[in-house]
Design a protein. Structure first.
Length: 83
């Protein structure tokens, strides 16, 4: 009776522990990897988009202002030389 109980308890405990650990580890790893990948991708995309948009906006603004200033200067210079 004792041997049967011991064997059954050992088998049940081992099986339960293995199953629980495997399931927990798999689930945790999957969740962690998914979360990490999603977070990394989102962060990278957001960061890239932000930097691209900022650079594009800044570059456009600066280029536009410089171009406008240059146009004003050239316009004035041309007006003086042609008059």
């Amino acid at each position: 009776m004792d041997g049967w109980m011991d064997g059954w308890m050992d088998g049940w405990m081992d099986g339960w522990m293995d199953g629980w650990m495997d399931g927990w580890m798999d689930g945790w790893m999957d969740g962690w990897m998914d979360g990490w990948m999603d977070g990394w991708m989102d962060g990278w995309m957001d960061g890239w988009m932000d930097r691209w948009m900022d650079g594009w906006m800044d570059g456009g603004r600066e280029g536009g202002i410089e171009g406008w200033m240059e146009g004003q200067t050239n316009g004035r210079t041309n007006a003086h030389t042609h008059s």
